[in-house]
Design a protein around this ligand. Structure first.
Ligand code: NAD
Ligand code: WQD
Length: 333
């Protein structure tokens, strides 16, 4: 059985579906601070499988102990956390509390229960503001531009230290690039609270008429069309990456993998792709650069393909169509 923290969230819910469809038993722990319990029913609908759900906080040590006592957990996939970059600058204590202290609570409970196999949701942001793309796993972690990014680097470090202290631990650090899209069923996807900060939900809310227009932050970057470049990947491919990465946990030690496509797409190309794929217009204008944005980064995706045979298979059109289907579904839901 796999314990999936943050399993009602955007990425966690897709991981739950992927694991259940592959025959794993899954128990989810989520405090619903950024998700909704209805996601559990949707995961069951898609998979026609049962999934156990605990509504609770990863910092609740007695709850964690009881989960490990009540279920035979083999591995943990740790997605729970706070993820809004701008909010982390305003409220760093909350980010270190949930992301770092929460991970310490989880690892302590795992250690106590003798469960020492963990996949951690890390981020490309750990490469830091000075790294040159493509980002390669052999690069050192850099200085992040936000407490959010720093918290991810801190957890990576603590997991490395934990593994060095006890060779029975096996840890996968999975560094996500820019996950977008939604499950093709239309039942699960990203549910941003309030006005989205990220590009894809912003585009789809403008297309739906919920927001008037998209601001493209900066058209004077040193990129082909002047807009920022990122490595976008479909959230279903990302979820498959987790299922596949479970096998690295058979070898002790720390295993670090980028989960990205290995190529970059500009903001302008994203808008054009959405319009071309859905036939729906996205009113937009160019606006000043957003503070803290890097001009361009993408993954080196060769290590994960070589070791695990994983690479994203969904197309940019899939990402756009699935986002739009989810946008229309979640509008009605
Ligand atoms: P999300 O907010 O949709 O999911 C996170 C889930 O964790 C939510 O369901 C939330 O309710 C839960 N949670 C938050 N605090 C908790 C706590 N104290 N106890 C229990 N549950 C708690 O975010 P997501 O996009 O699915 O991200 C999942 C993970 O992946 C996060 O750790 C995030 O930092 C990481 N990540 C996300 C991205 C991205 O672009 N979405 C990129 C890189 C890394
Ligand atoms: C993508 C591009 C914007 C909104 C963030 C976090 C990162 C990771 C993923 C977790 C940028 C541009 C955006 C808009 C725009 N999360 N944009 N208009 O900034 O690459 O990464 O989310 O680990 O840590 O920093 O993603 O989707 O916010 O932006 O022009 O309204 O779209 O400037 O170039 P980002 P994003």
């Amino acid at each position: 059985m796999i314990l999936l923290t943050g399993g009602t969230g955007y990425i966690g819910s897709h991981i739950a579906v992927e694991l259940l469809q592959a025959g794993h038993e899954v128990v989810i722990l989520d405090d619903l601070s950024n998700s909704n319990e209805s996601v559990i029913g949707r995961i069951k609908n898609i998979t026609q499988r049962d999934v156990l759900f605990y509504h609770g906080d990863i910092r609740d040590v007695s709850l964690l102990d009881s989960i490990f006592q009540n279920h035979l957990i083999e591995s943990v996939i740790h997605c729970a956390g706070l993820k809004a970059v701008g909010e982390s600058v305003k409220n760093p204590l909350a980010y270190y509390d949930v992301n770092v202290y929460g991970s310490i609570c989880l690892c302590s409970a795992m250690q106590k229960a003798g469960v020492k196999r963990l996949l951690f949701s890390s981020s490309a942001t750990v490469y830091g503001v000075d790294a040159e793309p493509p980002y390669i796993e052999t690069m050192a972690r850099g200085v992040s531009s936000s407490p959010y990014g720093t918290s991810k680097g801190m957890v990576e470090q603590l997991l490395e230290d934990l593994s060095a202290s006890d060779p029975q631990w096996s840890v996968g650090l999975l560094r996500y690039f820019n996950p977008i899209g939604a499950h093709p069923s239309g039942y699960i996807g990203e549910l941003p609270q309030g006005t989205p900060n990220n590009l894809m939900p912003y585009i789809s809310q403008v297309a739906a008429g919920t927001l008037p227009e998209l601001s493209i932050y900066g058209d004077d970057y040193a990129t082909d069309d002047g807009t920022c470049v990122r490595d976008y990947l479909h959230v279903v491919d990302l979820a498959i990456g987790h299922r596949v990465a479970l096998k690295v946990l058979d070898s002790p030690g720390v295993h670090c993998y980028n989960l990205g496509a290995g190529s970059g797409i500009s903001v302008k190309q994203m808008v054009d792709a959405f319009v071309a794929s859905t036939g729906v217009e996205v009113p937009h204008r160019y606006a000043p650069r957003r503070e803290g944005d890097l001009a361009a980064f993408w993954a080196s995706a060769s290590k994960v393909e070589r070791d695990l045979g994983w690479r994203p298979v969904k197309t940019l059109e899939d990402m756009m169509i699935d986002t739009w289907r989810w946008q229309q579904f979640s509008n009605k839901a």
